[in-house]
Ligand binder design. Structure first.
Ligand code: ATP
Ligand code: MG
Length: 382
């Protein structure tokens, strides 16, 4: 792709303001008619927003920041009438007096997480103010994080879904709803780490079998897009369905979903999702007629049952012998260390297809049981 570009500029980091500003200057000097800035990854979003605003391409950059900052996101989305979890901003987790005061305004259990995080990293379910203070203190010492701004949200009990689409205004070139087997955070909870009975993955819900659900979530996605001024973009929205059947917006990202989701979407629409995304971002109103590889599809993350050093991974033959296997990706190698402290410490992805919903569930459980990532704990050091 870069070989086809008119010019290529490299920056040392997506947050290097001076470098981004001089790229904006270069672009303005070479072509005053630039139409849009496209960003593919979570951590390039703010840099892209910065260049877009420097070039005068967007009118309300703060709405684009809201696609990264979950506090601002929930503020705009709930103001537009879409239900979200009640939340409070925790601007300084080191100030425990302030944290306690904020806790008094929210019901427990609650979730404490980075305002602009991703991958369920540094995300904790807390049951009372003491657990909240412990999580806030833990966050203070978490390495590798720049922003220390957090959000505290009331915990929403229910099922979790992801909604993936490519938009040009009100029209979507594709729109797919999938359900996580278990909520993302529950995959790393104390009672589920590596439990081979717990499937870490999601299955696509077909539009034919779930017409009303598709309509409700299409309406929600359009309202969210309006609230955040999302116009021509690829989106990955996450929502909860409560026990009494109500939809609650969780978050949206203006990029393709992570983990197994790109592979799952490619099988669900029958084309490479990255090429479809590029086409729809560049050319706008295209319609992709989904041609799914199988009537029922699921994407799963295959992970070890315990942390340690990887001693064996499924072989090509193992994948080939697994019923319904459509695509897979091995991310780790033997000898790598897996700590299993985060939901996004990924090992192996697989996409599985089937003719019926029952067959799919059967095949997913078989794959989860058979395709093992084995680990050995490091010997204790005296
Ligand atoms: N208010 C909430 N109620 C219930 N569960 C929640 C809540 N907030 C977060 N979670 C759980 O934590 C996970 C991670 O939170 P969230 O999606 O907000 O952050 P993220 O780190 O950006 O996610 P991603 O893994 O999609 O990058 C969610 O997928 C969900 O399972
Ligand atoms: Mg999320």
């Amino acid at each position: 792709m870069l070989a086809r570009a008119a010019s290529v500029h490299t920056v040392s980091s997506y947050t290097a303001l001076e470098e981004l500003a001089t790229v904006a200057a270069d672009l303005r000097l070479s072509d005053p008619t630039i139409e849009s800035v496209v960003s593919y990854t979570e951590y390039s979003q703010l840099g892209a927003t910065y260049i877009s605003s420097m070039l005068g391409l967007i009118s309300e950059p703060i709405r684009h920041i809201a696609a990264r900052d979950k506090r601002l996101m929930k503020h705009f989305v709930s103001s537009a009438g879409v239900p979200t979890a009640p939340f409070r901003s925790v601007p300084d987790p080191s100030n425990l007096i302030e944290v306690r005061a904020i806790a008094a305004e929210i019901n427990f259990p609650a979730v404490l997480k980075p305002a602009a995080g991703s991958g369920t990293e540094h995300t904790s379910k807390v049951h009372d103010v003491e657990e909240l203070c412990e999580a806030a203190e833990r966050f203070q010492s978490a390495p590798g994080l720049d922003s220390r701004k957090l959000i505290l949200e009331e915990f929403i009990e229910g099922d979790e879904f992801h909604v993936d689409a490519a938009w040009d205004g009100e029209s979507a070139s594709f729109f797919l709803v999938s359900q996580y087997y278990v909520p993302r955070l529950a995959t790393i909870s104390d009672d589920a780490p590596g439990d081979p009975g717990v499937v870490d993955g999601s299955r696509v819900l077909s539009r034919e079998d779930h017409t009303a659900l598709y309509e409700e979530l299409m309406t929600m996605n359009k309202a969210v897009n309006g609230a955040l001024k999302i116009d021509r973009a690829v989106t990955h929205m996450e929502v909860f369905r409560t026990r009494d059947g109500k939809w609650v917006f969780s978050e949206i990202a203006t990029r393709i979903g992570g983990a197994w989701i790109p592979q799952l979407l490619s099988q669900a629409i029958g084309q490479d999702i990255w090429a479809v995304a590029a086409d729809s971002l560049l050319n706008g109103r295209i319609v992709v007629e989904p041609r799914p590889s199988a009537p029922h599809l699921a994407g799963v993350h295959l992970r070890p049952t315990k942390p340690g050093t990887i001693t064996s991974l499924p072989s090509e033959a193992d994948f080939a012998e697994t019923p319904g296997m459509l695509d897979y990706r091995v991310i780790r190698a033997v000898g790598d260390n897996v700590q299993m402290e985060s939901a996004s410490e990924y090992c192996v992805f697989a996409v599985i297809g089937a003719d019926t919903a029952e067959q799919l569930e059967d095949r997913v459980l078989t794959a989860n049981r058979r395709l093992r990532v084995e680990t050995a704990s490091a010997p204790a050091v005296d």
